[in-house]
Write a protein that binds this ligand. Structure first.
Ligand SMILES: Nc1ncnc2c1ncn2[C@@H]1O[C@H](COP(=O)(O)OP(=O)(O)OP(=O)(O)O)[C@@H](O)[C@H]1O
Ligand SMILES: C[C@H](N)[C@H](N)CCCCCC(=O)O
Ligand SMILES: [Mg+2]
Length: 208
């Protein structure tokens, strides 16, 4: 089935890219990072490409690759680039596979601005995508996670559920309960993240 699944996070650096690779592998879906910011340490697309092993998935080229490791609206300003959301939506339409899903990874969390007018939450709405929320357990994550859940609810965006990246903490059981969204799985931080790890984790996810 050809769906759009948007991978958002309760913030940046919470494990969206590694989780995206696991979801792509589990669904044999395509992957797309429309706006990549920060190029020095490589791109999320290159990371996902290096972590998946199924013969079907296609990792599509970004719509924008911006140097500065910053919010897209700022990274674009620093390079005098105008992020055109209409163009990104047209691109989404053109790359959408007919017979498999498209996993789309955002930059940071829901309220990250793509432009001064369009925030990531607005972009998700315009994409008509379903959402997987990637979360981690740290001091402050209850607030970040429930803010994310609240904004998705207020925008009536369909949420498939949570994937937690890292170790379990009792907080997450309460966050899941308060949010009403199901737990789809956990990606442990056991050290080496390679193709074998991603394949193993992909098999454990309960995505449908
Ligand atoms: N399961 C894991 N095991 C070990 N390290 C991990 C795991 N998941 C993520 N990491 C590491 O944590 C860091 C952040 O992860 P990742 O790049 O997936 O975050 P992100 O949410 O995609 O960030 P961004 O907002 O920049 O896209 C990376 O160095 C990554 O290698
Ligand atoms: C540079 C990094 N890799 C992310 N993709 C960009 C995260 C932007 C976060 C903006 C913010 O919430 O302050
Ligand atoms: Mg990422």
């Amino acid at each position: 089935m050809s769906e759009r699944i948007f991978i958002t996070g309760i913030g940046t650096g919470v494990g969206k890219t590694v989780t995206s690779a696991c979801v792509v592998e589990a669904l044999q879906a395509d992957y797309w990072k429309p706006v990549q910011t920060g190029l020095k340490e490589g791109t999320d697309t290159d990371t996902v490409k290096s972590l998946i092993s199924n013969p079907v998935s296609v990792c599509h080229r970004e719509a924008y690759c911006l140097e500065a490791p910053a919010s897209p609206h700022l990274a674009a300003r620093l390079e005098d680039v105008n992020i055109n959301v209409k163009r990104i939506l047209e691109l989404a339409h053109s790359i959408q596979p007919s017979n498999r899903s498209l996993v789309i990874e955002g930059a940071g969390g829901l309220m990250v601005p793509l432009t001064e007018q369009v925030f990531t939450i607005d972009f998700i709405q315009q994409l008509e995508a379903k959402v997987i929320i990637v979360a981690q357990n740290y001091l402050g994550s209850i607030n970040h996670a429930l803010l994310t859940a609240r904004v998705l609810k207020q925008h009536a965006i369909p949420v498939l559920g949570w994937i937690f990246s890292g170790e379990y903490h009792s907080n997450e059981t309460e966050v899941i309960g308060w949010s009403g969204y199901p737990l789809l799985g956990r990606i442990p931080h056991t050290g080496l993240v390679d193709r074998a790890f991603v394949k193993e984790q992909a098999e454990k996810l309960s995505l449908w």
